[in-house]
Write a protein that binds this ligand. Structure first.
Ligand code: PMT
Length: 224
């Protein structure tokens, strides 16, 4: 299969030296890219600003903002559209839902800032891709992640339905050893039909292998 994987945070700048972001380090997404490449798949990794080496055999595209991620994902998918063995998009990245309404070309002076930041919505990468690939003969398998601090599987199921995905990987980031920054994760696969597949605490590499195997079982037609 052809895999497009996103990893890491986005940065939404308000000027060249200030931005809104989150604690994602890219470890989970890089593990998915590595696992897919080791399993013999072609992989494009769209990476936010992270300090990780590119896994062997993986083509990497760097992105900063949510809009960069969307553009890079769309280009990567267009390049593999007719792959006979199917395409999977695994959105591990913690993409910002909002960005500052304006980005100043030069560093803002404290005296010029009002204390109120106006935000505008970012495009949703998964929803945009789903809408644009609806006419594909063989639709890509769309997999999302959800990092939650309460009711992770319910939230993941909602996101799975709303975004029309094959699966959402639910992360309870309040659990020890799970979520941002660590080398392990404890996740539940939440499938489109509502089935829950909880996994024990594992390394991110082991979770990644399970995700890659799952994508293969969806073949070329995940999502709803
Ligand atoms: O990078 P690490 O330090 O290893 O941490 C891994 C992780 C915690 C970041 C990862 O395991 C994880 O859970 N990523 C998803 C973060 C999240 O909470 O996503 P979300 O609930 O905001 O979004 C749900 C899904 O929609 C995600 O797949 C996201 O990539 C996607 N999304 C979000 C916003 C947006 N504008 N477009 C999107 O496609």
């Amino acid at each position: 299969m052809k895999f497009v994987v996103t990893a890491g945070p986005t940065r939404e700048h308000l000027d060249p030296v200030r931005f809104l972001s989150n604690p994602s380090t890219g470890k989970m997404g890089f593990a998915v890219a590595r696992a897919a490449a080791r399993a013999g798949h072609d992989v494009t990794l769209v990476a936010g600003p992270v300090a990780l080496a590119t896994p062997k055999g993986v083509a990497r595209v760097d992105a900063v903002s949510a809009r960069d991620v969307l553009a890079a994902v769309e280009a990567a998918l267009a390049a593999v559209k007719d792959a006979p063995d199917g395409v999977a998009l695994v959105m591990t990245a913690a993409v910002a839902d909002w960005r500052p309404a304006t980005c100043a070309a030069k560093k803002l002076k404290k005296s010029a800032m009002s204390g109120t930041l106006k935000l505008v919505r970012n495009p949703d990468v998964l929803k945009t891709v789903r809408a644009k690939t609806r006419t594909w003969k063989r639709k890509p398998v769309l997999v999302g992640f959800a990092a939650e601090t309460g009711e992770p599987t319910a939230e993941a199921a909602r996101k799975c339905r709303e975004k029309g995905l094959a699966m959402v990987v639910a992360n309870d980031v309040t659990q020890p050893g799970a979520g941002f920054g660590v080398d392990t994760n404890r996740v539940t696969f939440v499938l489109a039909d509502g089935t829950l597949e909880p996994l024990p605490l594992m390394t991110k590499d082991a979770v990644a292998r399970r995700i890659v195997e799952k994508c293969r079982t969806f073949g070329g037609g995940g999502g709803i």
